[in-house]
Design a protein around this ligand. Structure first.
Ligand SMILES: Nc1ncnc2c1ncn2[C@@H]1O[C@H](COP(=O)(O)OP(=O)(O)O)[C@@H](O)[C@H]1O
Ligand code: SF4
Ligand SMILES: [Mg+2]
Length: 311
């Protein structure tokens, strides 16, 4: 039997209303068709260049999009479509954001206390908190630290501890590994792997495809506000011959170990999206139909793709 996703985003669209010169209002659609599926025990890495819609996806799931935005499509959690109220209830409890910055922690509270607040079994809270800090190599001195005394890596571990001791089912990490040296990067990636192996579903947003390939189970490729492909990590083996979308194949060939062949052109901006396939200006396989028809998503070889010719 096919496993059911714990969280499913289907055809998400996000528009912002903006005032132009002369106080005329217009809607700018910045996200067109985003799709992701998260499964318990799995890491889905969302990969895409800047402006492709990665953070807005996270904000839509958490219900923290700005007031001047409207959304389309559906976000389903445990088979129920989420309302804004549901999202607010789940946020910080079953669905947790691991942000880039330490600012997410309360600056005036000792970190051990912040973790203990999330522990339901109050009589054993001290023991449980100490055990989880031990697991992450945070020694007893750290219990008394305030957030400003933590390095970025320690802050991430405190946030992950909070997630592990509570009822968290879904972790969303938005670019959690900026500018880390290789050792710290591998450690951070391993933290996310462990948390998934513990049963959580992890959505890891990154522009670092190599980091994603190290620990994720699946990779979603975002482009100009649309999911172009969801591939399994093993599709990136054997010269990438199992990849489905020309953009993913091009990203693969742009990796240093695969020849570093750059992709010509740029991702289109929200106000200048082509009528047909979003990738058509840069695609070496584009036909006349590609300029006219926006490809629907289809399932191909146990993955998802939006390309007219993917088989
Ligand atoms: N508040 C906003 N108002 C208008 N446009 C926005 C707003 N937030 C994001 N965008 C636009 O939406 C697109 C996706 O943004 P984002 O999700 O932040 O990209 P990423 O995280 O992949 O770099 C970009 O084109 C960005 O300019
Ligand atoms: S639909 Fe056409 S332009 Fe778009 S990726 Fe496929 S072949 Fe290329
Ligand atoms: Mg972002």
């Amino acid at each position: 039997m096919k496993k059911e996703p714990i969280l499913k985003v289907k055809d998400l669209g996000v528009s912002f209303s903006q005032y132009t010169k002369g106080l005329r209002r217009r809607d700018l659609k910045v996200i067109t068709n985003l799709d992701v599926e998260l499964y318990e025990g799995e890491i889905l890495a969302v990969v895409g260049s800047s402006g492709s819609g990665k953070s807005l996806l996270a904000h839509a799931i958490l219900g923290i999009l700005p007031d001047n935005s409207t959304t389309e499509g559906s976000i389903t959690y445990k088979n129920k479509e989420l309302t804004q109220k549901d999202k607010e209830k789940l946020r910080g409890d079953e669905i947790v954001l691991i942000p880039q910055s330490v600012n997410y922690l309360d600056p005036l509270m000792q970190v051990s206390k912040q973790v203990k607040i999330s522990i339901k079994d109050k009589t054993n809270a001290d023991k449980i908190q100490r055990k989880i800090f031990n697991k992450y190599g945070l020694d007893k001195n750290v219990d008394k630290y305030y957030p400003f005394q933590l390095s970025g890596g320690m802050a991430r571990k405190v946030l992950l501890s909070t997630a592990l001791v509570s009822d968290t089912k879904v972790i969303i990490a938005d670019e959690p590994t900026p500018g880390l040296d290789e050792k710290s990067l591998n450690e951070a990636l391993q933290n996310f792997r462990d948390i998934a192996d513990n049963g959580c579903a992890v959505l890891m947003i990154t522009h670092d495809i190599e980091a994603a390939l190290k620990i994720a189970d699946k990779i979603a490729i975002f482009y100009a506000g649309t999911t172009l492909e969801i591939a399994n990590v093993k599709d990136f083996e054997n010269g990438g011959e199992n990849l489905r979308h020309p953009y993913t194949k091009a990203l693969y060939k742009a990796l240093p170990q695969n020849g570093f062949k750059p992709i010509k052109g740029n991702q289109p901006l929200p106000n200048e999206l082509p009528k047909g396939c979003l990738f058509c200006d840069r695609c070496e396989e584009a036909s006349d139909s590609c300029k006219m028809i926006r490809p629907d998503s289809k399932e191909v070889r146990n993955g998802m793709v939006r390309c007219l010719y993917a088989t």
